[in-house]
Ligand binder design. Structure first.
Ligand code: HEC
Length: 174
């Protein structure tokens, strides 16, 4: 009757060993999952940022006005020229003088739609957070364009100035 006893002894030992092994494996898996969990959380927030990047940013001033076309409104453009200085745009942008803190605004009426430019002028924060093109510019220029709290009428005047500096953009001569 020795054999069954021995068998029981070995069985018990093997069971104990298995428990230790299982515990070790479980501990390893838990720690490994902890690490992965952290990485997944980080990757998750990146993904969220990217998803948001595909959404268009809205202007803060309540919807888009319709794009100006036809001849330049010189009175409005002159107001815009003044505002370009008083609102500090001139510290970061030139028209044909090359890159400053921000891009040279010559050609901007061809590079971007009216809506995009309007949103950038009135709501750069949201554009830089959400819009792919604006984010690419930020990656190139490093400095985020400051939100100057530009209101709807001011933005329209500024845009008319930008259009004027760009020889009327694509509207003149139509
Ligand atoms: C502190 C510097 C700064 C000020 C002030 C500033 N901008 Fe900008 N602007 C930038 C930078 C930098 C970019 C490129 C995107 C970025 O990095 O934020 C930009 C982008 C732009 C663009 C898009 C240019 C393109 O090539 O697509 C327009 C249009 C623009 N700004 C207009 C204005 C107007 C109008 C004002 C004044 C109300 C103004 N900005 C004030 C720095 C500035």
């Amino acid at each position: 009757m020795q054999d069954p006893t021995r068998n029981n002894y070995w069985r018990a030992s093997i069971k104990a060993l298995r428990r230790v092994a299982a515990f070790a494996v479980a501990a390893f898996i838990i720690s490994a999952c902890g690490g992965d969990g952290g990485n997944q959380a980080a990757a998750g927030s990146d993904d969220t940022g990217q998803t948001a990047g595909q959404q268009a940013a809205e202007p803060t001033t309540g919807g888009f006005p319709s794009a100006p076309d036809g001849a330049i409104d010189q009175t409005l453009a002159a107001q815009g020229a003044e505002m370009f200085k008083s609102r500090g745009c001139v510290a970061c942008h030139t028209f044909g003088g090359g890159r400053l803190v921000g891009p040279d605004l010559i050609g901007v009426t061809e590079r971007r739609s009216f809506e995009w430019t309007y949103a950038m002028i009135t709501n750069p924060d949201s554009m830089l957070a959400n819009d792919k093109t604006a984010r690419a510019l930020l990656a190139e220029y490093y400095t985020p364009m400051t939100n100057q709290n530009v209101q709807r009428d001011e933005a329209l005047a500024l845009y008319e100035h930008i259009r004027d500096q760009n020889d009327g953009g694509d509207a003149v001569g139509d």
